[in-house]
Design a binder for this molecule. Structure first.
Ligand SMILES: Nc1ncnc2c1ncn2[C@@H]1O[C@H](COP(=O)(O)OP(=O)(O)OP(=O)(O)O)[C@@H](O)[C@H]1O
Ligand SMILES: [Mg+2]
Length: 257
């Protein structure tokens, strides 16, 4: 690996995806190229149906595709605990397992054979999202925000290189959403994890992203911007309004096209 790309954690090259069961021969992802550095927090915006989820599913290893995807220099061929997906759906937890059991579950796959050790790790990560005291609760006994916190703890517990988040806060009320955004920013730094975060919310992208990209209906990226606004970023931050306008106009253009 050369010196100039030693921090590259994700390299997507000429990615093309056509769903075989789809009527259309149109590529959902068409020649997508993306290079992501370690500790980047990439937010992806884009109109509904442009292929954002498909891109995450390809990176996660759940889809067949043309082109190459490399994580830490290793080609993606199937799912692995170095890349974890977190969804919008509150029901991504096993309803028949407790909070503790849910967080422990991927640790078995991760190779931690000792139950006590798994529980210690799970408790540590539940602590990081403020939910230790709910370890014996079942998902149906939790609020939506709490379920998403468990999903984040479960993802972080396997120490992934990349967390792939597909509109994780979209179903939350505005206040809980802001709280979770702050917590996620803190955790992504302290846990040294690189994040790809899909959102339909321009404000969320600007508040969270160190880099913001916009996907177009033609199945590739239309805008790619470093977010250098001083942190913490709020709508009254200098430069915020200009950045919001750029993405809003580009999204409007996409919806007219
Ligand atoms: N399993 C599948 N088989 C066939 N077509 C699919 C499949 N999954 C998704 N698609 C199609 O691929 C396109 C992109 O879908 P995708 O879910 O990636 O969009 P998206 O950008 O995440 O949209 P949204 O913002 O609404 O979540 C859509 O046209 C969708 O119908
Ligand atoms: Mg989607």
């Amino acid at each position: 690996m050369s010196a100039e790309n030693k921090n590259v954690i994700l390299q997507v090259t000429n990615l093309r995806k056509i769903y075989e069961d789809s009527d259309s021969t149109k590529a959902i992802l068409d020649d997508v190229n993306l290079s992501l550095n370690e500790n980047d927090f990439l937010c992806i915006l884009g109109p509904s149906g442009c292929g954002k989820t498909t891109l995450l599913r390809c990176i996660a290893g759940f889809e067949k595709f043309e082109g190459t995807i490399e994580v830490n220099g290793v080609e993606v061929r199937k799912p692995n605990t170095d890349r974890i997906l977190v969804f919008q759906d509150f029901n991504q937890l096993f309803p028949w397992k407790t909070v503790m059991q849910n967080v422990c579950y991927p640790l078995i796959k991760f190779g931690i054979k000792d139950k006590k050790e798994r529980e210690e790790i799970a408790l540590k990560y539940l602590g990081k999202v403020g939910l230790e005291q709910y370890k014996d609760f079942y998902p149906h006994q939790l609020s939506g925000g709490m379920k998403q916190r468990v999903a984040i703890a479960k993802a972080l517990a396997v120490k992934p290189k990349l967390i792939l988040m597909d509109e994780p806060f979209a179903s939350l009320d505005a206040m809980t959403r802001r709280k979770l955004q702050k917590e996620l920013l803190k955790l992504s730094k302290s846990e040294n994890v690189t994040v790809i975060f899909i959102t339909h919310n321009i404000q969320e992208a600007i508040v969270l992203g160190t880099r913001i990209m916009l996907m177009s209906r033609s199945g590739n990226f239309k805008l790619d911007m470093e977010n250098t606004l001083p942190r913490p970023i709020t709508p009254s931050s200098e430069g915020y309004a200009e950045m919001w306008d750029i993405f809003n106009n580009a999204l409007n253009e996409e919806s007219l096209s």
